[in-house]
Design a protein around this ligand. Structure first.
Ligand code: SF4
Ligand code: SF4
Length: 164
């Protein structure tokens, strides 16, 4: 395991810098230095903002799902997408701010559930062939100059494809 930092949640220069036994958290770019990180988890326990997490260095082998299971999950995802669309429409029509907020929360909740279902079916998993296909498509298309082409290429080189 190695630590990663969500820089959106990090308020900078506090506890992880003092508890890390190797100095891996003290970097110029805000990312944990994986060459130094030993995966002890001290920084994760110390961070007051939940900005640090431990992630596996190598992702586990993707579980194989039968077509029948995926078919059921995709049908379920379809229902969630319809519910999200409905909640979105109701949020845009709602006059009452509480109702609007509730519908927006529902919309987000249905979106997350759909994402979970797709992840469960092997889509959106970093180690899946689907993800590789998506990254390749992104490289082939004309992209905004800010598109991180090198990082995408690096991901493609480093990700091991398993199943599908
Ligand atoms: S997991 Fe341990 S070694 Fe790695 S950054 Fe956190 S405190 Fe440092
Ligand atoms: S302890 Fe958390 S909030 Fe503080 S510097 Fe480290 S990651 Fe950022």
């Amino acid at each position: 395991m190695r630590a990663v930092r969500n820089i959106r949640l990090c308020t900078k220069d506090c506890l992880c810098l003092y508890v890390c036994p190797t100095g891996a958290t003290d970097t110029e770019d805000g990312q944990v230095d994986w060459k130094k990180c030993i995966g002890c988890g001290m920084c994760v326990k110390a961070c007051p903002n939940g900005a640090l997490s431990l992630v596996p260095e190598k992702y586990p082998v993707q579980q194989r799902h039968s077509k029948e299971v995926c078919d059921v999950l995709f049908a379920w995802a379809k229902i969630k997408v319809a519910a999200e669309t409905e909640a979105k429409a109701l949020a845009s029509q709602a006059k009452d701010p509480v109702e609007k907020q509730f519908m927006k929360a529902l919309e987000t909740s249905f979106r997350r559930q759909t994402e979970d279902i797709y992840r469960e079916c092997g889509y959106m998993l970093p180690q899946s062939a689907n993800t590789r296909k998506l990254l390749n498509m992104m490289l082939e298309r004309e992209q905004d100059p800010a598109f991180p082409r090198e990082a995408v290429q690096k991901l493609l080189n480093e990700l091991q494809v398993q199943l599908h």
